[in-house]
Every structure is written in structure tokens, then in C-alpha cells.
Design a protein around this ligand. Structure first.
Ligand code: APR
Ligand code: PHB
Length: 392
């Protein structure tokens, strides 16, 4: 069986779905191929912080209705260290920009519904996806679906299939990889407990980093730094709560609300970039091309920034026949990608307990936190990056 579209998109994560909807709004057809089920994609628990740029775009795309009702707009974050909290005030430091706490899987549900409502094709549970002829003007994607072999002919292929997908490996020989794997991980929980603070708390502690986040006024999301090889079985619920309380403790007796833990998981931490993010008519976007550690919650936002750039380039190609923007896609994306890599690496290195417990590094980290929370220039730099650097 063979079908045809303008843009073949591999992966129905934030990158693939935002791209497909943006193209649709510009009158360009696409088909999205996803190897998991719709339910799995919609239930996957990931980060939940949307930059102002991402929120503005989702609103412009007509997808803001549920986000406006259920999202929590945050005008600052707390950095906690030495048993004291220090607020970074986004309103003051970024001229009223903010972030919105709205879970990634809710964004996915809104996008999937919007796409399917327009009759778009998102084909879930495809198998054996392979890319062909993308260095010619007539690329195609082959895959199996419900035991049939299928071919999708297209003008362009967007590799939006995440870190473990097949698109980046298809051009592996042409790529330079930049990578840093951190010697720690995050143990994350979702709990039926009201958040213990109105804002996110990034906490540096001798026992390790901890993060207080949330999903709703009834659900708290918490993380604690652990060993990458940590076994979840060694972490009964009570011990997780005690460890979190220890790390978040303040001189004035701050108490963490507890509740039933409904989800537990361990997330590894890496920084990764593959360059260039394109070859012929194949364009990589989002986690397929780069990974940031979760400190700062930039993964989804960066994926959205990529596909905005890709959309503009594809639209320009169909309107004018010019390839300039397409040819510059990788270069344009990477300027932002590396700045966001720097920020995520910096937040990670400032806040985590580092291996070896070198006393020099410990003092340096505390000095950095002290500087960031006492100098307007330094807190403004953090705030500007956290709410999202302007789109070029
Ligand atoms: N064929 C089809 N689909 C695939 C394949 C494949 N061979 N391999 C992976 N996929 C799908 C995955 O199941 C997933 O749904 O591609 C999608 C990739 O989505 P994400 O991993 O979410 O990547 P991306 O869209 O780039 O999102 C970027 O948002 O989800 C957050 O934190 C996450 O940082 C990430 C960011
Ligand atoms: C989350 O809510 O899951 C979250 C928030 C902030 C981060 C990372 C994850 O930096």
C-alpha cells in the first residue's frame, strides 16, 4: 500500500504533533507515524513547565483553552539552600513574562484532539519504520501497520521520534555528537497531595538536589537526586517522604505535604547534541537531535522552538520554491539549542551534589547560589533563560 503527503512526520511527541498542527494551519499536509499507542503517548509522565514562548504559540494555534483553565501561571521560582528560600521574581526581572505549569501529556492530548478533529492522519502503533531516498527530491518512509507493509511518499521527512528513534541513526555517519552523561539521576514521584508551596522549589542540599513541582492544586510532583543505578525497590514510600523532608528542611520548620504516591520513576540525566540536524530532505527536531538534563524543564520548549523554525522554512519553500531557510535550518536551531544546553547544564551543576564531594566545589556552588540570589544581574540572567529566550 502506498500513500502520499507533503511532510512525513515520524513521532507523535510534542515535536511531531506541534509541527503537524503548525503545517496544517499553513495549508500544508502531513501524516504522523507513531510506534506507541495513543493511550501510551497520552499517559506518559514527563516535565510540565511551559515557557512563555510555548504558551503564546499554543494560544495562537487555538490550543490554549484547557491550558488557560487548568494551567498554573507561575511568576517566580524559589532557590533553596542553606536552609533558606530565595525567590527569583520573573515579573520584575523579565517584564512580566511567566511560565505555565501544564503537564506535557495534557499538551499532547490537546494537540492530538485538535489534529484528529481536522481529519488529520496520525497512525499509531506502526512498526519497523525506515527512511528512504531522503537525499533525493522524492523521499519515502516504509513501515508496517496492522500487519500490512506501507509506504508513505513525501516531499520532506521530519524526524521527531525522540532520543531512541530511528531517524538520527539513519544519518549517523554524517553527524558529530556532543555528549555529557551526569553521574546522578532523579527519582521522581507524583503524589495526591496539595503542593506545599505556590511555586517550584529548586533545592540544593548536602544530601543532594530536590525539586518541588506540581501538576494541579491537588497533585504534587517531587524529585530527589539519586544514583543512576538506584533501584526503586530500595525506596519505600516512607523513606522517599523522609528524604524529601530532610532536603527541603528550613530553619523555620517548613513542612512538606504528604499523600498517596501514584507514580514513581527514575530519570537519567544527559546533555546531548547531534550536528547538523538535517541531511537532504530529512530534518531532525526535538529529542531526536538533542537532550537536555531536566533541571530547568527545557526539553519540550526546545522541541517546540525547532519545529517553529522548520515550519517557517517549509512554508517558505512551498510559497517561493526557495531553499535558503531549509538549508539554514540546523544552523538556526543550533544557536538556540546551545544556549539552552548551557543554561540546563549550568542549573544542573549549580544545584546537584557533585561526585567526590570536593570541598572546593561545594564552596563554589554555594557562592554561585549566593550570587544568583543577591545580584540583580545574575538573577535576571536566570529568569530570562527560565521563562525562555526570545525567538529570533
Ligand atoms: N517510529 C515511530 N515513532 C517513534 C519511533 C519510531 N521508530 N521511535 C520513537 N517514536 C515516538 C515515541 O514513541 C514518541 O512518542 O516518537 C515520539 C517522540 O516523542 P518525545 O520523546 O516526546 O520527543 P519530542 O517530541 O522531541 O519531545 C521533546 O518533550 O516529551 C517531552 O521531555 C520530553 O524532552 C522531551 C520533549
Ligand atoms: C516537573 O514538574 O516535572 C518539572 C518541573 C521543573 C523541572 C523539571 C521537571 O525543572
Amino acid at each position: 500500500m502506498s500513500m502520499r503527503t507533503q511532510v512525513g512526520i515520524v513521532g507523535a511527541g510534542p515535536a511531531g504533533l506541534v509541527l503537524s498542527q503548525l503545517l496544517h494551519l499553513k495549508g500544508i499536509e502531513s501524516v504522523v507515524l507513531e510506534n506507541c499507542s495513543r493511550q501510551h503517548v497520552e499517559e506518559r509522565v514527563r516535565a510540565g513547565v511551559l515557557e512563555q514562548n510555548t504558551v503564546d504559540l499554543l494560544n495562537e494555534m487555538g490550543l490554549g483553552e484547557r491550558m488557560k483553565r487548568q494551567g498554573l501561571v507561575h511568576h517566580g521560582i524559589e532557590l533553596r539552600f542553606g536552609g533558606r528560600g530565595h525567590r527569583i521574581d520573573f515579573d520584575d526581572l523579565t517584564d512580566g513574562r511567566a511560565v505555565t505549569i501544564y503537564a506535557q501529556n495534557e499538551v499532547i492530548k490537546d494537540l492530538t484532539n485538535a489534529r484528529l478533529k481536522t481529519g488529520a492522519q496520525i497512525i499509531f502503533e506502526v512498526e519497523d519504520v525506515s527512511l528512504h531516498d531522503f537525499e533525493s527530491p522524492k523521499p519515502n518512509i516504509q513501515f508496517r501497520h496492522q500487519a500490512n507493509s506501507e509506504t508513505l511518499q513525501c516531499d520532506f521527512i521530519a524526524g521527531c521520534d525522540g532520543f531512541h528513534g530511528v531517524c538520527r541513526p539513519a544519518i549517523a555517519a554524517a553527524l558529530t555528537l556532543y555528549e555529557r552523561v551526569y553521574p546522578f539521576a532523579w527519582l521522581g514521584i507524583l503524589a495526591n497531595a496539595a503542593p506545599s508551596s505556590e511555586e517550584l522549589i529548586y533545592c540544593h542540599h548536602q544530601r543532594g538536589f530536590a525539586l518541588h513541582s506540581m501538576r494541579s492544586p491537588q497533585i504534587t510532583r517531587l524529585y530527589l537526586q539519586c544514583d543512576p543505578e538506584e533501584n526503586l525497590a530500595n525506596w519505600p514510600d516512607d523513606e522517599i517522604w523522609t528524604e524529601l523532608q530532610n532536603r527541603f528542611d528550613t530553619a523555620d520548620g517548613w513542612k512538606l505535604n504528604r499523600g498517596e504516591i501514584t507514580q514513581k520513576g527514575i530519570t537519567g540525566m544527559r546533555s546531548f547534541v547531534a550536528e547538523p540536524m538535517q541531511r537532504g530532505r530529512l530534518f531532525l527536531a526535538g529529542d531526536a537531535a538533542h537532550i537536555v538534563p531536566p533541571t530547568g524543564a527545557k526539553g519540550l520548549n526546545l522541541a517546540v522552538a525547532d519545529v517553529r523554525i522548520l515550519t517557517a522554512a517549509i512554508v517558505d519553500f512551498y510559497r517561493t520554491g526557495r531553499r535558503e531557510l531549509l538549508d539554514k535550518y540546523s544552523e538556526t536551531c543550533l544557536r538556540r539549542v546551545w544556549k539552552v544546553q548551557r543554561f540546563s547544564w549550568w542549573m544542573t551543576s549549580m544545584l546537584h551534589r557533585l561526585p567526590g564531594d570536593n570541598p572546593f566545589d561545594q564552596r563554589r556552588q554555594l557562592a554561585e547560589l549566593d550570587y544568583v540570589t543577591s545580584s540583580r544581574a545574575a538573577s535576571q540572567s536566570l529568569a530570562e533563560n527560565y521563562v525562555g529566550l526570545p525567538m529570533e
